[in-house]
Design a protein around this ligand. Structure first.
Ligand code: SF4
Length: 231
């Protein structure tokens, strides 16, 4: 199937129907990855409430905030569903930390990318193995890089479709949906954190600042992505 065909098929439908259609088209081959940010919590709610049979997975980098684990726990309790956890390869991690210590990501961009690769990219690729469609909570208004994406894309390298159900949503719409449906969310969002990743690499930002500016803030001018969604 071509990207345009899929786009035409899904256009104008509700998110629930779009997800159901994807599961029908690619049975057992649809993955939603959550990092428990508010956008991801909206998507988890729609999937779990409607018993949509996509795999829901998270990448546990080993460096997450306690508040993130709290949302993870609250979410599985609330919906009585499980979320598959993918960990980094322990031998690669042991090697990196033995050689460079626990804060190598502050030393250089290459060191930071090495850590992201071991803790996130490799586990993500393991989760995506054999999948035809990857769902994620990206919104266009989150960053200039994301504005240039499209709500359905083909990931040529991994040979799968990427679908962003909330692509056109504003932050206000996301927050409203979370509130109206009483969905558990990360308490850090109330303390100025917008994009929440690993604890040592994330900080709060001023209201209205760029969505990704609190990530890897010491890398001036860097594209604030960890490689997961770069084309
Ligand atoms: Fe490592 Fe930081 Fe990337 Fe997390 S965000 S994987 S701690 S470099």
């Amino acid at each position: 199937m071509k990207t345009k065909e899929l786009k035409d098929l899904l256009a104008g439908r509700t998110i629930k129907d779009q997800l159901k259609e994807l599961v029908r088209l690619f049975p057992g081959e649809v993955l939603f990855t959550t990092s428990f940010g508010i956008e991801d919590q909206v998507i988890s709610h729609i999937i779990f409430k409607n018993d949509i049979s996509t795999e829901v997975a998270t990448l546990d980098t080993g460096r997450l905030f306690p508040e993130t684990y709290k949302v993870f726990s609250d979410t599985i309790k609330r919906y009585k569903k499980s979320i598959n956890v993918y960990f980094p390869d322990y031998e690669a991690l042991e090697k990196m930390m033995t050689k460079k210590g626990p804060f190598s990501f502050y030393y250089s961009k290459d060191d930071r990318l090495e850590c992201c690769r071991i803790r996130k990219l490799v586990p993500l690729n393991k989760a995506l193995n054999g999948k035809k469609c990857w769902i994620s909570g990206i919104r266009a208004s989150q960053s200039d890089n994301r504005r240039q994406m499209d709500w359905i894309e083909l990931d040529e390298e991994r040979q799968l479709f990427k679908f962003y159900p909330l692509f056109d949503w504003s932050l206000e719409e996301v927050e409203k949906f979370i509130k109206e449906n009483d969905i558990p969310y990360n308490a850090l969002h109330d303390r100025g954190f917008v994009s929440i990743g690993c604890e040592p690499c994330t900080r709060a930002v001023e209201k209205g600042a760029d969505f990704r500016s609190g990530r890897w803030w010491w890398e001036a001018g860097s594209l604030k992505e960890c490689g997961l969604h770069i084309k």
